[in-house]
Ligand binder design. Structure first.
Ligand SMILES: Cc1cc2nc3c(=O)[nH]c(=O)nc-3n(C[C@H](O)[C@H](O)[C@H](O)COP(=O)(O)OP(=O)(O)OC[C@H]3O[C@@H](n4cnc5c(N)ncnc54)[C@H](O)[C@@H]3O)c2cc1C
Length: 497
């Protein structure tokens, strides 16, 4: 990582990651070729565009912005319109030895789309069409640059749902969801993007186009296309995806319960799901988060744990889900609080205004989502809260359970604090992450549930996958992309702890 100051009229800022450092004549050659493939208006090397594409939503990169630093400076931004153009750009990149970084909407929170070695940012937003909605097969074929909110609204308008509703739905794309293995708020019933995925078309690192067969399931050896799930652009560029959809739900029931103990709320969900009942939205907020989100409106939640449920689908099914979850909550010391808190959750579920309010005041915060099996849930929660709260300067360390399975749970932690005197914000941020990841690994949890690895979390990938798993993934990357063209510095390309 370098902190080299650029010189020149508009450039009094530092750059955190080195650029491509390619000689000027090579850059000019690449520009000419990009323009011939995409047209002048779909290639930019303007400084203002390069700065705009220098980072994603990784909080450290946002912090650097406040310090007049850019994370990584690309050489070009390119906007392809079809698979052939993507393939040609990748072939050109191999020829010239320049990186290519696929880019959706840059809402990734781990730095996965940051160009650590400069290169070509391949913004996929012009490839944003719905190609087919097949009612008989309940299959959607869509291009990767499609925005999440536009996609879901269109589907609902036509009587369907994909039901992948991440909090970032307004600022993320299908390609980014595949790249990071995203999970939406309605995941307990409908699954995560991994569960919705059926097949794809992708451009491989040598420019070849691969297309997998659309089928509900096959047994034809390992499923190569699934390697793209969570691959963060290092194995290829996804140019089309087929996803499972559902008829839009008929009925929706909202319910909430409060508990004295976190364990009772978790047990309610475990026992409910165990019967084969899958509410669409299930969220359990710990004591701190319950008060933070609900106390101003519902005094009954003081010093309590809240469980939020949304059940939707065919009317008889939803009534049964409501009945079973209610009986289970009551049997586990839950007190019904009605639909009010859930209505409130619906109103506020996309709010992220804290980020804009607190970051400029030197408050350092982030969220960390991890997962584990039920038998380890209490241990993981306690270990991680304790580890984060133990870092000097941390003011809050809290969590909610946001995605649930018959086998376990995803905890979504939030930490916030102020760097102690003499400590730089970046150093403080890294200290809290170190403590959290160490605690997670020791407790046996998986270090990411749906945000992916990016620059920040890839450091722990070897420990997460184990030596064998890490080496296998690296061997695939090295064989597919021997020159390391695609999105360097992420996953196996990241520095390891
Ligand atoms: C406020 C906020 C809330 C969020 N809430 C959620 C949430 O509820 N659930 C969740 O899962 N995530 C959430 N995220 C994280 C983020 O939105 C997801 O990681 C999302 O999947 C990123 O999509 P994107 O289109 O913005 O991708 P980008 O950030 O542009 O890219 C992400 C990665 O995917 C790769 N990529 C993009 N397009 C392609 C392609 N066509 N082919 C191959 N690789 C590609 C990129 O190279 C990069 O490595 C949230 C983020 C924010 C800022």
């Amino acid at each position: 990582m370098s902190d080299n100051k650029k010189t020149g009229a508009a450039a009094d800022y530092g750059i955190m990651y080195e650029g491509s450092n390619l000689p000027a004549e090579k850059i000019a050659g690449i520009r000419g070729r990009l323009v011939s493939i995409l047209g002048e208006e779909h290639v930019s090397d303007k400084e203002v565009d390069k700065i705009a594409y220098s980072k994603d939503y990784w909080p450290l990169a946002l912090r650097w912005t406040l310090e007049r630093k850019v994370a990584g400076m690309p050489d070009f931004i390119a906007w392809p319109e079809n698979t052939e153009q993507v393939s040609q750009v990748v072939r050109l990149a191999n020829e010239y030895g320049i990186s290519v970084i696929p880019f959706g909407e840059g809402s990734g929170v781990m730095g996965s789309a940051i160009p650590v070695k400069g290169g070509i940012m391949l913004d996929m937003k012009r490839m944003d069409r719905i190609l087919e909605i097949n009612d008989e097969d309940l299959v959607l074929r869509v291009q990767p640059g499609m925005n999440g909110e536009i996609l879901e609204r269109t589907l609902v308008h036509k009587g369907y749902t994909l039901a992948n509703i991440p909090q970032s739905i307004r600022c993320s794309t299908v390609g980014g969801w595949i790249g990071c293995r995203a999970a939406g708020q309605f995941s307990t019933k409908y699954g995560k993007i991994d569960d919705m995925f059926l097949s794809l078309e992708a451009v491989l690192p040598n420019g070849e186009v691969m297309r997998s067969k659309l089928t509900p399931k096959s047994s034809t050896g390992p499923q190569v296309d699934r390697l793209f799930l969570g691959s963060e652009g290092i194995l290829g560029i996804v140019t089309e995806v087929a996803l499972r959809i559902w008829p839009a739900p008929g009925k929706r029931v909202l319910a909430s319960y409060v508990f004295d103990k976190l364990g009772d709320s978790l047990e309610t969900v475990r026992m409910t799901i165990r019967t084969g009942i899958y509410p669409a939205v299930v969220r359990i907020y710990d004591r701190l988060e319950t008060e933070r989100h609900f106390l101003a409106h519902f005094k009954e939640v003081k010093n309590k744990i809240i469980l939020i449920l949304v059940m939707e689908g065919a009317a008889e099914l939803v009534e049964l889900e409501d009945k079973v979850s209610r009986e289970t909550a009551l049997a586990n010391n839950g007190k019904p609080l009605g639909d009010g808190p859930v209505q409130r959750w619906f109103k506020t579920r996309f709010n992220v205004k804290e980020a804009a309010e607190f970051a400029p005041r030197d408050v350092v915060f982030d969220t960390i989502e991890v997962s584990t099996v039920w038998s380890n849930a209490g241990n993981l929660y306690n270990s991680m809260v304790k580890a984060m709260a133990g870092v000097e300067g941390v003011i809050i360390a809290s969590a909610h359970g946001s995605h649930f399975y018959p086998q376990g749970v995803c905890f979504y932690f939030t930490f916030g604090g102020v760097p102690p005197k003499g400590t730089d914000g970046t150093e403080f941020y890294r200290k809290v992450w170190d403590a959290a990841m160490e605690a997670c690994l020791i407790a046996g949890g998986s270090i990411s549930h749906h945000h992916g690895m990016g620059i920040m979390r890839s450091q722990w990938l070897r420990r997460e996958l184990g030596e064998g798993g890490f080496n296998a993934l690296k061997a695939i990357k090295d064989a597919w992309d021997p020159s390391g063209i695609l999105n360097p510095g992420k996953l196996v390309g990241g520095e390891q702890k």
